[in-house]
Design a protein around this ligand. Structure first.
Ligand code: GTP
Ligand code: MG
Length: 479
């Protein structure tokens, strides 16, 4: 039998010859079978390509939710714990896990943010020491300043202009920073004013401020002239910053005011020498600890760099939203398209109140929010991943003797230990889900997390990846 060969130029299907004999007929049928096989293979390849494209463009959509934590301490003798629930920090972990080369390439962009975090801590202390300071919460705090402190206040004064310059560079605004940080101007890039807390810069879009910094660089030059100038000033102040931070009057003043700067986000006062060095490049840990608060929903695409991670060819699209009360209305627009929701509840916040409403305990607010998400009918088939975050701070607080049962009275006389407390919290969140979920078969995946621990968080991300994979496969009826 002659081999069936297809001539791509010839008309198809070839006309049947009136003289066709059995051999010719066999050849023709064989050609037709071969053509169909090729055509099917092409269709299949096109379908796969189309599907892959669809998957890349419309990858798993992940919504990060959780309260924002602009805080006041509830009772005067309670340490101010770390703020914020950690949504953007989880996002950074995902970027580090799946797109390490992008993460490392962008690390340098975090340097001005880290410097701003440092400088605002210094200026916060200087403001607190100022005789005109109205940020004090204790009427008895009238520590006399000695000459050495007065000299430091004078020598560190240039850091105020560095703060203004860095704020303008990062936020793109032209505002002049009001150094008592009590500006009520709505354009201020600072989140809620809190007398017990170094102010935070709030930016409208994570991608936006990075873009702004990249744009402002001159081609071929790593740092702009302003960057160089700011770094020079910070560098010249290193010894004085260290001296200020170690100064017993400063420490006593902070203690009197019950302010624990160390526990606040973006604390870099103990890394001054390292982060002001000429060749300083932020490490992944620094990037995770750097703090800017999020305004408005931000969409982040996370490309999967390694072939292993790229198993199902999907990028992740992560929506990072601002968590304070005024921003929660914007969450709903994502509800009907998301694959999973990652809900962060900062468990260290059990002894704190919302800045937006001092009568509301932050843990109670987290639980209320969680119940709202669990009971939402639009989310009935969306898997929920619950991260009880800041477990390290909870641990430190309990070890320091803060009594959990004083704030969560239903805890009664159970052990004031991390394991027992976290189990209790886990049970409470699980019960809320069980009670309020409109879909009794919907799964909830809880984890206790410390989002600044990249290694431990990598395990959680791998689990989230499995949840998404199972979800995707079940949606395509493969499971
Ligand atoms: N110690 C500790 N710090 C954490 C943890 N998670 C986040 N942080 C820090 O807490 C700060 C706030 O975290 P973000 O991720 O910015 O919080 P957010 O939920 O995005 O806050 P908003 O954008 O204001 O809604 C950052 O400085 C983080 O480094 C944690 O588990 N432990
Ligand atoms: Mg954020």
């Amino acid at each position: 039998m002659r081999a069936a060969r297809i001539d791509p130029e010839a008309a198809w299907p070839p006309p049947i010859s009136p003289d066709e004999n059995d051999d010719d007929r066999n050849v023709r049928l064989e050609q037709e079978r071969e053509a169909k096989r090729v055509s099917d293979a092409i269709d299949l390849a096109l379908n796969v390509e189309r599907e892959n494209k669809k998957k890349t463009i419309h990858g798993a959509k992940i919504l990060l939710l959780g309260p924002s934590q602009h805080i006041f301490s509830f009772f005067v003798n309670v340490r101010i714990g770390q703020a914020e629930s950690g949504k953007s920090t989880i996002l950074k972990n995902m970027q580090l896990h799946f797109s390490p080369s992008v993460f490392h390439a962008e690390a340098e962009l975090w340097r001005p943010v880290i410097h701003l975090n440092l400088v605002r801590s210094v200026n916060f202390i200087l403001n607190l020491l100022s005789p005109r300071s109205s940020g004090t919460t204790s009427p008895t705090s009238t520590l006399p300043l000695d000459d050495s402190v007065r000299r430091l206040i004078f020598s560190l004064a240039p850091l105020k202009s560095v703060e203004t310059s860095l704020t303008q560079r990062i936020s793109g605004s032209t505002i002049t920073v009001n150094h008592d940080h009590k500006s009520t101007n709505i354009d201020t890039p600072y989140a809620h004013y809190n007398p017990a807390k170094a102010p935070e810069i709030a930016v409208r879009s994570g991608a936006g401020w990075k873009g702004l910094l990249k744009f402002r660089r001159q081609p071929g030059v790593l740092s702009s002239p302003e960057d160089i100038q700011n770094r020079r000033i910070i560098n010249a102040c290193v010894d004085d910053i260290i001296t200020l931070w170690k100064n017993p009057i400063v420490q006593e003043k902070l203690r009197q005011e019950e302010i624990s700067l160390k526990d606040q986000p973006g604390f870099f006062l103990e890394d001054v020498q390292r982060i002001s060095a000429e060749e300083y490049l932020p490490t992944p840990d620094d990037v995770l600890r750097a703090r800017v608060s999020t305004i408005g929903p931000e969409e982040h695409r996370i490309p999967m760099e390694s072939s292993f991670e790229n198993g199902n060819g999907k990028d992740w699209i992560v929506y990072d939203v601002g968590g304070d009360r005024s921003q929660r209305a914007a969450w709903a627009q994502f509800f009907d398209t998301v694959t999973v929701i990652i809900f962060l509840a900062p468990v260290s916040a059990f002894n704190q109140a919302l800045a937006e409403d001092e009568t509301v305990n932050r843990l109670a607010d987290s639980m209320k929010l969680w119940r709202m998400i669990c009971s939402n009918k639009l989310l009935a088939s969306v898997d929920l991943i619950l991260l009880l975050n800041k477990i390290d701070i909870l641990d430190a607080q309990l070890k320091a003797g803060v009594q959990f049962s004083k704030y969560v009275t239903s805890y009664r006389d159970k052990p004031n230990e991390t394991e027992a407390v976290s189990k209790y919290l886990l049970d409470m969140f699980t019960a809320l889900h069980k009670q309020h979920s409109p879909n009794k078969r919907r799964k909830m995946h809880p984890h206790l997390t410390c989002a600044i621990d990249t290694k431990a968080t990598a395990t959680v991300i791998t689990h989230i990846q499995e949840v998404i994979l199972i979800k995707t496969l079940s949606q395509t009826n493969i499971l």
